[in-house]
Design a protein around this ligand. Structure first.
Ligand code: SF4
Length: 150
C-alpha cells in the first residue's frame, strides 16, 4: 500500500473519504460498506451519505484485510475475534450489569454491534469508546486480555 501515516495528524481524526480509502487499500467502496455493515469498522458519518475515515481506521482496515487475505479468516471469524475484547473490564461494568448484557455473554459479534437496551453503554458513541478505538490492531486484543486481573 502506497500510504505514509502522518504523525503530525491526530490519528483518530476523520479526514479521508471512502473513495480515497478504497483506492489506498485497493478494494472497492462496496467492500468498505460491507465491512461497515458487518460492524468491522465504524466510520465517522458526516451525514447519512458521507463517511470519513481516520488514520487509525485505515490501520484497522489493513489489519482486517491482512486477516482475510493472509490468515484466511472469514468476516465471521474477525467478528468473533472482536467479541473477545473484554469490554466489561475496560468499561468497569458491575456484575449485575454484565449478566444482563448480550455483549458479555455473546461470542459472535463485537459489543458495538449488539443492540440491547439493557446494555449499560447503549447510548454511548462506540467510535470514541476505548473498547473500539484502542483495538484498531487485531493483535492488541490479546495484549488487553493479558492485562486482565484474575
Ligand atoms: S460503548 Fe460501544 S464499544 Fe464501548 S463497550 Fe459499549 S458497546 Fe462496546
Amino acid at each position: 500500500m502506497n500510504f505514509e501515516f502522518d504523525d503530525n495528524i491526530d490519528a483518530d481524526s476523520p479526514i479521508y473519504q471512502i473513495g480515497k480509502v478504497a483506492e489506498l487499500l485497493n478494494i472497492s467502496v462496496h467492500t468498505l460498506r460491507l465491512y461497515e455493515n458487518e460492524g468491522l469498522v465504524i466510520p465517522f458519518k458526516k451525514d447519512s451519505k458521507h463517511r470519513l475515515y481516520s488514520q487509525n481506521d485505515i490501520k484497522r482496515l489493513i489489519c482486517i484485510r491482512n486477516s482475510i487475505t493472509q490468515k484466511k479468516y472469514s468476516i465471521a471469524a474477525i467478528k468473533a475475534l472482536y467479541s473477545m475484547i473484554p469490554c466489561w473490564s475496560l468499561k468497569k461494568c458491575e456484575l449485575s450489569e454484565r449478566n444482563k448484557c448480550e455483549a458479555y455473554s455473546g461470542t459472535l459479534t463485537p459489543c458495538w454491534t449488539v443492540l440491547n437496551p439493557s446494555k449499560p453503554c447503549d447510548s454511548e458513541d462506540c467510535r470514541v469508546c476505548p473498547v473500539y478505538k484502542t483495538h484498531y490492531n487485531c493483535d492488541s486484543i490479546k495484549t488487553t486480555i493479558k492485562k486482565l486481573k484474575y
